[in-house]
Design a protein around this ligand. Structure first.
Ligand SMILES: Cc1cc2nc3c(=O)[nH]c(=O)nc-3n(C[C@H](O)[C@H](O)[C@H](O)COP(=O)(O)OP(=O)(O)OC[C@H]3O[C@@H](n4cnc5c(N)ncnc54)[C@H](O)[C@@H]3O)c2cc1C
Length: 416
């Protein structure tokens, strides 16, 4: 990508520059300066892998993308209808910068792909008591030129009169936030990657032969092997299965339930635009998305649930999860206290031990990259992560300390 095709709000150079002055900065290692015809294989066509394949292709690599069940499939963590995009990040400037950069790239992708992916609704942050998660983000938001307004409960009530603020001490509004059409975006990115020359294959993949500290090839479920110069494993909740020794319990899949409640007939107050994306921080963090594509008002609890197997999980929601979701929707939207459940989904977070991503070189294989650990907040970052992965493989950037493999301790095994 040249600077000519990047609108001026946040260019890659400005983004990397902002990172370089911050204390967590990735040192730049500009060892390669021109495109290469080396072959890179990306395993996983979710938010992380799809964008990585596209960025690698644009950086000049010959690219093969492989996925077992397809981009945005129903087992994948990216396989939901919507995912929130916001830049408030508990004071973590790296994430705020990445979200701002990603937002810019999502908008650009919409124009390039001719497909609506980003729905700007704003995000309403409601804090029952402790507002430090948002307050600590004020400075990083300012640095990233992302607006953030503080609202007294009365002002919030005036703006969103159909929402409940009885237990809200302070609110903030992030106007650039919204949500992304998640599953659709994965397939659109895959199609775009193929149109730009990426080879796509459907197969389950295992790492193959290793020689001299490098991975030589991968083995596919149809018995074929694919050799390459570089390998990027973006296997979402399967990272620990694919690398049982190296990743293992550093990333575990946790059960997450999502509920959609029906809105009253003829009542348009819950549509995107009138209802924002919202987060409520109290005893737990709960959040919701407006009535996207008339599927109902989405409500979810962000707390990580029990560990699950993403391949075999029967995705039937629990009675306890539904009861909690009813409580949440009643508190946030009093008129929907007795609203019917119209849809539900059971998904999984690919939860790293500390909730931060894993984007680093495999500790024993110099040409292999581990890209995962989205931990319930990775989808929005796909475009910025893709760029970063292409820069890592091209040896133009070094891994961020925050996403380093070495920091992650495996979780203790669960006693059964
Ligand atoms: C309910 C829920 C709500 C969320 N809300 C948000 C949100 O609001 N905002 C946000 O930013 N993020 C959110 N997230 C997190 C976000 O969706 C994930 O972090 C992100 O989608 C992870 O993308 P990924 O590419 O790493 O993994 P995935 O999407 O799981 O992709 C991995 C892909 O790899 C393939 N694969 C795995 N192993 C193999 C193998 N061995 N061989 C071949 N193919 C393989 C799979 O088929 C899959 O397609 C949410 C997640 C959930 C579950």
């Amino acid at each position: 990508m040249t600077n000519d095709d990047v609108p001026p709000d946040i260019t890659r150079r400005a983004f990397v520059g902002a990172m370089a002055v911050a204390p967590f900065a990735t040192a730049l290692a500009p060892r390669r300066t021109h495109a290469t015809r080396e072959h890179a294989v990306v395993i996983g066509a979710g938010a992380f892998g799809g964008w990585s394949a596209l960025a690698l292709r644009r950086a000049g690599f010959r690219v093969t993308l492989v996925d077992a069940w397809g981009a945005g499939n129903s087992r994948a963590s990216s396989g939901g209808e919507t995912r929130v995009i916001r830049a408030v990040y508990n004071g973590k400037a790296l994430y705020t910068q990445m979200a701002a950069r990603s937002l810019h790239l999502w908008r650009k992708a919409e124009r390039d792909f001719g497909q609506r992916l980003y729905h700007k609704t704003g995000a309403l942050w409601m804090c029952a008591d402790d507002d430090s998660y948002v307050r600590k983000s004020i400075e990083p938001m300012r640095m990233a030129s992302m607006p953030l307004e503080q609202l007294a409960p009365n002002e919030a009530r005036r703006r969103f009169p159909h929402m409940g603020f009885d237990d809200v001490r302070v609110a903030y509004f992030e106007p650039e936030a919204g949500y992304l059409s998640a599953r659709v975006a994965c397939e659109v990115v895959r199609q775009r990657a193929v149109a730009e020359g990426v080879m796509y294959r459907a197969a389950w993949v295992q790492p193959g032969e290793k020689r001299g500290g490098r991975l030589v090839d991968i083995q596919c479920s149809d018995g074929s092997r694919i050799g390459a110069d570089h390998f990027v494993f973006a296997c979402g909740p399967w990272m620990g299965t694919v690398f049982p020794e190296v990743v293992g319990r550093r990333i575990v899949p946790t059960r997450q339930e999502v509920f959609f409640f029906g809105t009253p007939a003829g009542d348009t107050r819950y549509e995107p635009g009138t209802t924002p994306v919202w987060m409520h921080i109290g005893k737990r963090l709960v959040y919701g998305v407006p009535n996207h594509e008339r599927r109902g008002l989405k409500v979810a609890d962000d707390t990580a649930g029990d560990e699950v197997d993403p391949s075999r999980l029967d995705r039937v929601p629990s009675a306890a999860g539904l009861a909690l979701a009813r409580e949440i929707v009643g508190a946030r939207f009093p008129a929907l206290k007795d609203a019917p459940l119209v849809e539900s989904r059971v998904c999984q977070y690919e939860a790293s031990t500390d909730g931060d991503y894993l984007i680093d070189r495999h500790p024993g294989l110099t040409n292999t990259w581990l890209v995962g650990g989205g931990s319930g907040h990775g989808f929005k970052m796909g475009p910025a992560i893709g760029e970063h992965v292409a820069a890592l493989v091209s040896e133009k950037e070094l891994p961020h300390r925050e996403f380093a493999y070495a920091r992650l301790e495996p979780r203790p095994a669960i006693a059964r």
